[in-house]
Write a protein that binds this ligand. Structure first.
Ligand SMILES: Nc1nc2c(ncn2[C@@H]2O[C@H](COP(=O)(O)OP(=O)(O)OP(=O)(O)O)[C@@H](O)[C@H]2O)c(=O)[nH]1
Ligand SMILES: [Zn+2]
Length: 220
């Protein structure tokens, strides 16, 4: 464990903040400016590793890397990219659980910047509002495309859905493999991580078990 982590725990710097830690000026620069700066820094990293950037296969890598970070892997850092969530009136008075399952998780671990891949399963019990199904997948994709820890990813999704759906009755389960565990360090190829966050009706074990039953038994 690194020294900063031990010191943070020792100093009781534990808060309930689920926001991704961002600098106040995080979005002062345009995407193009960020790409230009990251390209420059990544070229330096490659050179430090001893790579010859005049090679025709390597010369475009700093730009490719920078564009991938800003526009693809970490597009979810910038609130301007947050998906618009279509919310509809629950005219049909559907009051039972709705489950959106096998949602692809493509994320990156904030400690090593290596992939986290797996699936999310999400359910809610509607009150007066329902959400367009694809918007659940889009919200997951947005929060996943940040440097993340799985616990915070689960909570960010949960809190947003609770807010837009005006209900506490939401459950978010994520099972994912962390390449920082499987491909470096301990190199455990088989283990994966499951997080479960919920509130409202899902505090009831019967309700949770109904959700787990659907997630474990259904396919399309
Ligand atoms: N809680 C949590 N930890 C994570 C997540 N992703 C990666 N980690 C862990 O973050 C920890 C970082 O610990 P350090 O000791 O600073 O890093 P390290 O020396 O690279 O640790 P090893 O992976 O054990 O080699 C590691 O134990 C990772 O497995 C996550 O989503 N949640
Ligand atoms: Zn990691």
């Amino acid at each position: 464990m690194n020294k900063d982590l031990i010191e943070n725990i020792g100093d009781n710097h534990i808060s309930t903040n689920i926001e991704t830690p961002l600098l106040p000026n995080a979005f002062d620069k345009s995407d193009d400016e960020k790409i230009e700066n990251i390209k420059h820094h990544f070229a330096k990293i490659m050179e430090e590793l001893g790579l010859d950037l005049t090679d025709d296969s390597l010369s475009g890598t700093p730009y490719r890397f920078a564009k991938m970070y800003v526009k693809e892997l970490f597009y979810g850092l910038n609130p301007k990219n947050k998906p618009k969530l279509s919310i509809f009136e629950n005219k049909y008075k559907y009051k039972k659980m709705l489950v959106e399952q096998n949602i692809t998780i493509d994320s990156s671990c904030e400690h090593h910047f290596l992939p986290i891949t797996g699936h999310a399963h999400i359910a809610y019990i509607p009150k007066d509002k329902v959400i367009g199904l694809s918007k659940i997948n889009r919200l997951v994709d947005y929060y996943a495309h940040r440097p993340q820890v799985q616990e915070r990813l689960s909570l960010q999704i949960l809190k947003d859905l609770q807010a837009v759906l005006n209900t506490k009755d939401v459950i978010v389960m994520i099972s994912a493999k962390h390449l920082c565990v499987s491909s470096r360090g301990i190199k455990d190829k088989d283990s994966f991580t499951t997080t479960i966050e919920y509130d409202g009706e899902f505090n009831n074990e019967l309700q949770r078990n109904e959700f787990f039953g659907i997630v474990n038994n259904s396919s399309t």
